[in-house]
Design a protein around this ligand. Structure first.
Ligand code: ZN
Length: 247
């Protein structure tokens, strides 16, 4: 195979690795953002539950206070019984006592109802808290892993760029520039495609016979008319070309 083609194949191997790792690197910040969002969502759900309980506790306290005042009033009124002078006053007193008792009985029902709600919500909060805490812990671990992976990828990619620079230096500028132009417009990081059984494996287009023969000879740089990739002979032919060049 033409020496420059071999160099391009080596360069492509590095570039493909860079492309793959950069793609992975691209997805990680989004992945971390999504995880952070899920953490906030779960933390907010916990906050909502806590707030709902706080509101109920407030409501209960208000009613407790009113209930206590009612009981105190009842005591005061009962103490006034000795000061009653006639039946009318006595009946009025009994009615008042009755009213306060009835009011506090209803209040007590309400307080019990709120207490049951607080209990149920607290139970829900505990279960949710336990479940979410585990999930949040998992998300945080994944964020850590992603962050470490990003640092690792940055380093590896830097090294690969150093490697590619060394390889690029040894390629004739005209050939290298051609390769770069193709790579720059490639959607998948490929500037080189294998041609086998008359087909460009980069885009699956059948190649004109003359072009295919030229590619098999690998004596000069040929590109696929469809995907513009530099064509190199497939495995089954590279042995032939090796033998040819050895001869
Ligand atoms: Zn092609």
């Amino acid at each position: 195979m033409l020496e420059e083609l071999k160099k391009l194949v080596n360069l492509q191997a590095v570039d493909s690795e860079i492309f793959k790792l950069e793609e992975e690197l691209d997805t990680l910040p989004d992945s971390n953002d999504a995880l952070e969002e899920q953490i906030v969502e779960k933390e907010n759900k916990i906050k909502e539950l806590k707030n709902a309980i706080d509101i109920q506790v407030d409501e209960k306290e208000k009613r407790d206070e009113i209930y206590k005042k009612g009981e105190e009033k009842l005591k005061t009124i009962t103490g006034k019984q000795s000061a009653i002078r006639n039946k009318e006053e006595y009946n009025a007193l009994l009615r008042e006592i009755d009213n306060i008792k009835r009011f506090n009985r209803d209040l007590s029902d309400e307080i019990n109802e709120i207490s049951r709600e607080i209990e149920a919500k607290t139970e829900e909060l505990n279960v949710t808290n336990e479940q979410f805490s585990q999930e949040i812990e998992g998300f945080k671990k994944q964020i850590d892993l992603n962050t470490k992976r990003m640092e690792e990828l940055d380093k590896t990619i830097d090294k690969l760029y150093d490697e590619r620079e060394k390889l690029a230096k040894n390629i004739r500028p005209a050939v290298y520039n051609k390769y770069q132009r193709i790579l720059g417009t490639s959607p998948n990081g490929k500037a080189i495609a294998i041609a086998e059984h008359r087909v460009c494996l980069g885009c699956n287009m059948t190649l004109p016979p003359e072009l295919y023969n030229m590619v098999l000879r690998a004596g000069r740089i040929e590109v696929c008319p469809n995907c513009q990739c530099i064509l190199i002979p497939g495995e089954s032919h590279s042995d032939n070309s090796k033998t040819n060049s050895d001869n």
